[in-house]
Design a protein around this ligand. Sequence first.
Ligand code: ZN
Length: 277
Amino acid sequence: MLKAIQILGCSSGFISQRLKKPHSGNGFSLISSKTSYNSTPKSLSFRVIRMFSTPSQSNSDAPSSSSSSVAVHLAGNVRKIKFCQWCGGPAKHEIPDGEEKIRAICTLCGKIAYQNPKMVVGCLIEHDRKILLCKRNIEPSLGLWTLPAGYLEIGESAAEGAIRETWEEAGAEVEVISPFAQLDIPLIGQQTYVIFLAKLKKPQFSPGPESSECCLFEVDDIPFDSLAFSSIFVTLNLYIEDVKSGKVKFHYGTINKRLGTGPSDIRAFTLDYHLQV
Ligand SMILES: [Zn+2]
């Protein structure tokens, strides 16, 4: 039974029965850009500084994107594995023959536990010149606004995952229109965000268990001071910039969080290697 279905505006009902259990070169413009964010941005202060330079030049002044810091970070993650996921044997941490990185290797069965980035998929839903956002009902970033998004599951495509997450978090049936952004976050969490532009199949939505509220926001009313994640901050700013320029594009970029800053400081990053087409 649905307690709240919203046609337009906001919906703060809580539905659970209806929803499945939630889970926790070519063609690109040759633009390498670096976007910096200071501590006082509003939507209008989003600064994009495009430099017509090679990627290596662009990255040379990004202290948090050095390969050495990435390697250290990855090595740290690998060392967290203590036991083999297949046989339960104790793991050792060495560089396997023919490889370059330290891996967790089972001392009993010899299998290597490779750790790879996770993909987060979600939807930027346009409806009547507004954007659908969800207020998070779970940690991290409880009470802050986000796009409906979550981890891609085994066996589904990125678009299918984005549609599923939108259903779970916003109770909205959507149709994916086009890819909008791929944002890599190599230093924190090792994640790649893939965000699709989407539209509502029906003008209805209602918050799922992970959301306390879902709202359609005019572009100028997006709560930039209360967003949950850097990736969402970047996505929405890129979208607004596109809308105001009259052409919505596809964006690729790397979000390099500044070392020593916490996840809650969503503006402590640079957007590097920004490509758009
Ligand atoms: Zn083993």
